[in-house]
Design a protein around this ligand. Structure first.
Ligand SMILES: NC(=O)c1ccc[n+]([C@@H]2O[C@H](COP(=O)([O-])OP(=O)(O)OC[C@H]3O[C@@H](n4cnc5c(N)ncnc54)[C@H](O)[C@@H]3O)[C@@H](O)[C@H]2O)c1
Ligand SMILES: N[C@H](C(=O)O)[C@H](O)COP(=O)(O)O
Length: 332
């Protein structure tokens, strides 16, 4: 464990920078693993001052981070314009936000950092700045492709043994049925099973697959997708030897006694997977991207503009993301 974690600073109008700075200020008490913060140095210093944090900064990049971490917050500086305006986005800072992610990924891919933890971005603000990807998950897949074919990135929200995966991610709900295919579900479950083994040490993962329609289509009477797409995908996966069950009605799948039988629940769309876990564990759940050559985690919350610059945002999910990334790469 002689490399730092990489943290990208996220949306400057949001709470991501606040929490990263606050956690650094508590590094000894929390026994944090060393990290390097990729972001805009002057902005981070201003935000720290706004929050009343007495922090020294060291613009040393990841290679100098291990030596600096105890005495100063290691920064990988990203140049650009980043006004310190809590709650107020501007396309001006989009370049730095995107570059911070790209540089942190590059450092992790080349082995200068062990894993990536991303602070929340504001998708709407980045779209205005020309960002072409729906979110981190899809952007990371492209950055990690390194000239090859992008891998299928899989989003998983995790809290303890509760893990929820949406097959379709940041897409309009009206497009979901058309985007679902037997192949996409099979590929997603394969990635989940692989990473649960490799990254989470679960020898024989048991995976529940939710149906798309109410009551998993009630035998084809409430929508045909569960009969014609989800069911055949599950059958193929079972034939291949995966521990997979489904399609199961989504409304009862997240009843604790039900999900506890499984290592992960694969759901058909974003909110089907994320509402249950954010409802029971919003402060502690972690967003982890599977299917990449690097480990990437993130807090489950967003930019929380109403709390930015106040110091009142809960650091728990961000801390959980750091702890998870550290645990997943402790041997690197
Ligand atoms: N990892 C990420 O990059 C990520 C994750 C989720 C949402 N987002 C983005 O964030 C933006 C805002 O999304 P949103 O408003 O739906 O969700 P949000 O999580 O920012 O806020 C939802 C509610 O939760 C509260 N909240 C959020 N984080 C909190 C914290 N740490 N402590 C206490 N309360 C907290 C907020 O004050 C707000 O009331 C969107 O652009 C969304 O796409 C990014
Ligand atoms: N869907 C995620 C959530 O609600 O937690 C969030 O939008 C972040 O997604 P990315 O990690 O792809 O940015």
């Amino acid at each position: 464990m002689d490399k730092p974690l990489a943290i990208s600073m996220g949306e400057p109008a949001g709470v991501g920078p606040d929490i990263a700075l606050q956690l650094y200020a508590r590094r000894a008490e929390l026994n944090l693993p060393p990290f390097c913060l990729f972001g805009h140095g002057a902005f981070l210093a201003e935000r720290a001052a706004r929050l009343g944090l007495d922090i020294a900064f060291a613009p040393v990049g990841p290679d100098g981070a291990m030596a600096a971490f105890d005495s100063a917050l290691p920064i990988a500086p990203i140049d650009g314009i980043v006004p310190d305006q809590p709650g107020q986005t501007t396309p001006l800072s989009g370049h730095v936000v995107i570059e911070a992610i790209s540089a942190a990924v590059a450092a992790t891919l080349r082995g200068s950092c062990r894993a990536l933890v991303t602070a929340p971005i504001h998708k709407g603000a980045l779209y205005q700045a020309g960002f072409k990807h729906p979110g981190h998950t899809e952007f990371l897949a492209e950055l990690c492709a390194q000239g090859g074919k992008p891998k299928l990135p899989v989003m998983m929200l995790a809290h303890g043994g509760l893990r929820a995966v949406p097959v379709t991610i940041h897409v309009p709900i009206r497009d979901v049925p058309g985007l679902l295919s037997k192949q996409l579900i099979v590929d997603t479950v394969r990635v989940v099973a692989h990473d649960l083994k490799q990254r989470f040490g679960i020898a024989n993962p048991q995976i529940a697959v939710a149906g798309l329609n109410p009551h998993a289509g009630e035998g084809g009477n409430i929508g045909r997708e569960d009969l014609e797409i989800v069911g055949p995908a599950v059958a193929q996966l079972q034939f291949e030897g995966y521990g997979v069950t489904g399609p199961l009605p989504a409304d009862t799948l997240f009843y604790p006694l039900h999900w506890a039988q499984y290592d992960a629940v694969v759901a058909m769309y974003h909110d089907q997977a994320l509402i249950p876990i954010k409802t029971v564990a919003f402060e502690e759940a972690v967003n982890v991207t599977l299917g990449l050559p690097i480990v990437r985690t993130s807090p489950d919350h967003g930019t929380a503009f109403d709390l930015a610059g106040t110091g009142r945002a809960s650091p728990k999910s961000f801390l959980a993301a750091i702890v998870m990334a550290d645990a997943m790469t402790a041997n690197l």
